[in-house]
Design a protein around this ligand. Structure first.
Ligand code: ADP
Ligand code: MG
Length: 273
């Protein structure tokens, strides 16, 4: 995360929000990403889908600037990662921060502090920005609640609100729906849809193909390499899926003819929960 806090780069005029250029990542013998390239224009929302171990988290790490690619490079608004206050990160759900004695509004205010590059007393305008962000994700009523008391989905929305308060232009979300029930997933997805209205570029990972297809205009199917990238109906075709998912394709209950397989948390071995 440290790299995210480094500051200073102005956007290069006309540069895409994100360019991933021939990125290869090796962890010793393990080839995690192999020549991955794609571009996001400002306001694009892209779902990266792929089975467990396909390199989704590695890709986000490279874009966030916390991981150096073995080959290739990343440009965010024309600059290398790690020089931006406009990159927001919604962490994967974990129990680790559950007991922090801070309120929902405090968490969102942290985004404001990042944006303003100061950690002094918040102004009235800062609080207004925080409440606006909370309203956008539907959490205004819970502003004074301890973050520890929120459900998983509410917590994810609080982190999205933090990115809004930070005025993030590129938001990275690693499996933000993992472990959430369907209603909470829908709430988080609705908050992401709100980001579209604000022109925030979103890079989102999930192993839930059906959700990605239903909620994103563009989907990148990843399995070390870019297997396919395009509209959901183009990407999630049987042959394309088979090449990415191999033996998972024979799971019962999956309607391959529709092209939009209902693969989700129930897929068992090899899939992230
Ligand atoms: P995903 O998020 O799609 O599950 P990851 O990016 O976490 O995939 O992992 C991609 C591959 O890289 C996997 O084979 C994983 O075991 C491996 N890997 C991830 N992180 C490390 C690490 N720090 N050291 C060694 N191997 C790693
Ligand atoms: Mg992962």
């Amino acid at each position: 995360m440290k790299a995210l806090l480094r500051r200073g780069a102005q956007h290069v005029p006309g540069a895409p929000a994100l360019e991933v250029l021939g990125v290869t990542v090796r962890y010793g013998e393990v080839l995690a990403l192999d020549g991955v390239s794609f571009t996001l224009q400002a306001g694009d929302q892209l779902a990266v889908v792929g089975p467990n171990g396909s390199g989704k988290s590695t890709l986000l790490g490279v874009v966030a600037g916390v991981l150096e690619p073995t080959e290739g490079e990343v440009r965010i608004f024309g600059h290398p990662p790690g020089q931006h206050t406009c990159v927001g990160f919604v962490p994967q759900r974990s129990g680790a921060d559950l007991y922090f004695p801070v309120t929902v509004a405090d968490v969102v205010m942290m985004g404001r502090a990042l944006k303003l590059r100061r950690f002094g007393w918040p102004t009235r305008a800062d609080w207004q920005a925080v409440h606006e962000a909370l309203r956008t994700v539907g959490l205004e009523e819970l502003a004074g609640r301890s973050i520890a008391e929120l459900s998983g989905g509410q917590r994810q929305r609080a982190f999205i609100a933090r990115a809004l308060a930070q005025e993030a232009k590129l938001l990275l979300m690693d499996e933000p729906l993992a472990g959430l029930d369907v209603a909470a997933q829908e709430d988080v997805l609705a908050s992401i849809a709100q980001l579209r209205l604000q022109g925030v570029t979103v890079l989102f990972t999930t192993h839930n193909l059906a959700l990605a297809a239903a909620h994103f205009d563009r989907v990148l199917l990843l399995n070390q390499r870019v297997i396919a990238l395009g509209k959901p109906e183009e990407v999630l075709k049987e042959g394309v899926l088979l090449s990415a998912y191999g033996h998972h394709a024979r799971l019962p209950g999956v309607d391959w003819r529709s092209g939009l397989a209902a693969l989700d948390d129930t897929c068992g071995d090899g899939w992230e929960q």
